[in-house]
Design a protein. Structure first.
Lengths: 165, 275
C-alpha cells in the first residue's frame, strides 16, 4: 500500500485543503484499507484505495462544515505552498508558483463532487473507469460531472491571463 | 447538412466538448463535433479554454509527503486517541447525569426510607426496654401518671411483687381494676409465685400490645433510645436521617465529574478545530 502513499496523500491534500488534515485522512484510509482488505473484490486496487481516501476526506469536510469552524479565508490561507523566498527565485518560477496557487485555490472553491472528479481525473490522471470506480458513480454521471467541473474551474480562472499563454 | 446538424446538435456539442477533449467519443460523434467546431467560433473558443484548463491541471506537481504512513502494530491511527477521548467523555457525561438525577430525585425517597428505619429501630428499643421492666413497668404505669420519675431495675423488681399483690387484690375486686390490667393480672399472679426475671419475657409481648403509648414514657428512663421517647423528637430525627442518605463527599464528587466532562469537552473542541 505504501506504493500509493504519495497518490493517496496528494488526493487527500487537494480534497481537504491542508497538510495536517490530509495526513490524518491518509493514515486513516490506510488503516481502514488494512482492516478491510478482505472486502477488496478485485479490479483496480488503486481505485479501491482512492475510494477510501475520498470517503474519508468527505467525512472530514462534512464534520468540519457541521461545526462551522473553517471559513473560506482560512481555507485559502492553508492552501498556500511552502515556497522558498521569492527573492531567491527567477521571476518565471515565482510566476509559476503564483499560478499554481491560483489553481489550487480555484480547485478548493469547487463543490466536493466536482473537486473529486477534477482531482482524480485531471490532476492525478486516472482513467474514466478508475475514477468512476473510486467515486462509485456510473460513467454517464462521471462525464457530466467532469464537464461541469471543468467549465466552472475555467470560468474562475479565465481572469488570469498567465494561465492561457 | 452541416448547418442542420449545427442547429440540431449545438447544445449537445457544447456538452460533448469535455468528452471530446479526453478522446471518449466514438468515431462518428467525434467527426460531427470536429465539423461543428470548424464552423462555430463560440464552440471553438469554448473548447480551447477547456483544453487549456485541463492542460494546467495536469501540470500541477505532486506534493511531497510530510511523513510516512507505514502501518505497524505499534502505530495506531492518530484519530484513535480522539475516538477514545470521545468515548470516555460520553461515559463520564452519562455518569454525571445519573449522579445528578439521583441527587435531585432521590432525597424524598431517602427520607422515606430513613423514616421507616426509625420506626423499625424504635420498635426493638421499646421491646428491649419494656421486656425487663414489664411486670413492674406495667404495674407502675397502671398506677402512676405519665412522666413519672425514672424507675430503676431494682425498683422495678421490688415493685413487681407489690404490683402482683396489688393486681391480685384488684382481680379479687373486678369493679376497681382497669380493663388493661386484666391480662396483666394473670401474669402478675404468676409472677408472685415465681421469680420476676423469669416471668418477664413471657409478659413482655402482652405489655407492648396493651399500652404502647404509655409504655414509651415508662421505658424512657432506661435511656437506651432517647429518640424513641415520643412524637416531639421524631421530626428532628427525620432530617438528620435524610441527610445521612447523601454522604458529604457526594456533592464534591458530582462537581468533580462535571468539571472533568467540561474540560474534556473543551479539549475535544480544540483538537477538532486544529484538525
Amino acid at each position: 500500500m505504501l506504493t500509493y502513499q504519495d497518490l493517496a496523500f496528494n488526493v487527500a491534500r487537494r480534497l481537504v485543503g491542508n497538510d495536517d488534515a490530509a495526513c490524518d485522512v491518509t493514515q486513516d484510509a490506510f488503516w481502514s484499507a488494512y482492516r478491510h482488505l478482505d472486502q477488496f473484490k478485485g479490479g483496480s486496487f488503486r481505485a479501491w484505495l482512492l475510494r477510501i481516501v475520498t470517503n474519508a476526506s468527505y467525512d472530514l469536510l462534512r464534520a468540519r462544515q457541521r461545526n462551522a469552524r473553517d471559513s473560506l479565508d482560512q481555507m485559502m490561507d492553508e492552501t498556500s505552498f511552502d515556497a522558498p523566498d521569492p527573492g531567491d527565485l527567477p521571476e518565471a518560477l515565482v510566476l509559476r508558483q503564483e499560478t499554481m496557487q491560483t489553481l489550487e485555490e480555484a480547485i478548493q472553491q469547487l463543490p466536493f463532487e466536482q473537486r473529486s472528479v477534477i482531482v482524480l481525473c485531471d490532476v492525478q490522471g486516472l482513467s474514466y473507469e478508475e475514477t468512476a470506480a473510486a467515486l462509485q458513480i456510473n460513467s454517464g454521471t462521471l462525464k457530466s460531472r467532469l464537464s461541469r467541473a471543468r467549465r466552472r474551474l475555467r470560468d474562475s480562472l479565465v481572469q488570469r491571463r498567465e494561465l492561457w499563454e | 447538412m452541416n448547418d442542420n446538424l449545427s442547429a440540431e446538435r449545438l447544445p449537445h456539442v457544447h456538452e460533448m466538448l469535455s468528452e471530446y477533449l479526453d478522446g471518449q467519443l466514438d468515431e462518428a460523434t467525434r467527426q460531427r463535433v470536429e465539423a461543428h467546431l470548424v464552423t462555430c467560433a463560440d464552440c471553438r473558443a469554448d473548447y480551447e479554454t477547456l483544453r487549456q484548463t485541463v492542460r494546467v491541471l495536469r501540470q500541477l506537481p505532486m506534493r511531497a509527503v510530510p511523513r510516512g504512513f507505514a502501518i505497524t502494530a505499534s502505530a495506531p491511527p492518530r484519530r484513535g486517541a480522539l475516538f477514545w477521548l470521545r468515548v470516555t467523555n460520553s461515559a463520564l457525561a452519562a455518569l454525571f447525569i445519573a449522579l445528578l438525577a439521583a441527587r435531585l430525585v432521590l432525597p424524598g425517597l431517602g427520607q422515606t426510607i430513613t423514616t421507616r428505619s426509625d420506626v423499625s429501630t424504635v420498635r426493638p428499643a421499646a421491646v428491649n426496654v419494656a421486656s425487663p421492666a414489664a411486670p413492674g413497668g406495667q404495674s407502675s404505669v397502671a398506677q402512676r401518671p405519665v412522666g413519672l420519675a425514672p424507675v430503676s431495675p431494682n425498683q422495678t423488681a421490688s415493685t413487681a411483687s407489690e404490683a402482683a399483690s396489688a393486681v391480685s387484690h384488684a382481680s379479687a375486686a373486678p369493679t376497681a381494676a382497669p380493663a388493661p390490667a386484666q391480662p396483666f393480672a394473670a401474669a402478675g399472679a404468676r409472677s408472685s409465685a415465681a421469680a420476676a426475671p423469669t416471668v418477664a419475657p413471657a409478659a413482655a409481648p402482652t405489655s407492648i400490645q396493651v399500652v404502647p403509648p404509655i409504655a414509651v414514657p415508662a421505658a424512657a428512663p432506661v435511656q437506651r433510645a432517647p429518640t424513641a421517647t415520643g412524637p416531639p423528637s421524631a421530626p428532628a430525627a427525620a432530617p438528620a436521617a435524610a441527610g445521612a442518605a447523601w454522604p458529604a463527599w457526594y456533592d464534591p464528587l458530582l462537581g468533580a465529574v462535571g468539571a472533568v466532562v467540561l474540560a474534556m469537552l473543551g479539549v475535544l473542541i480544540v483538537m477538532g478545530r486544529h484538525r
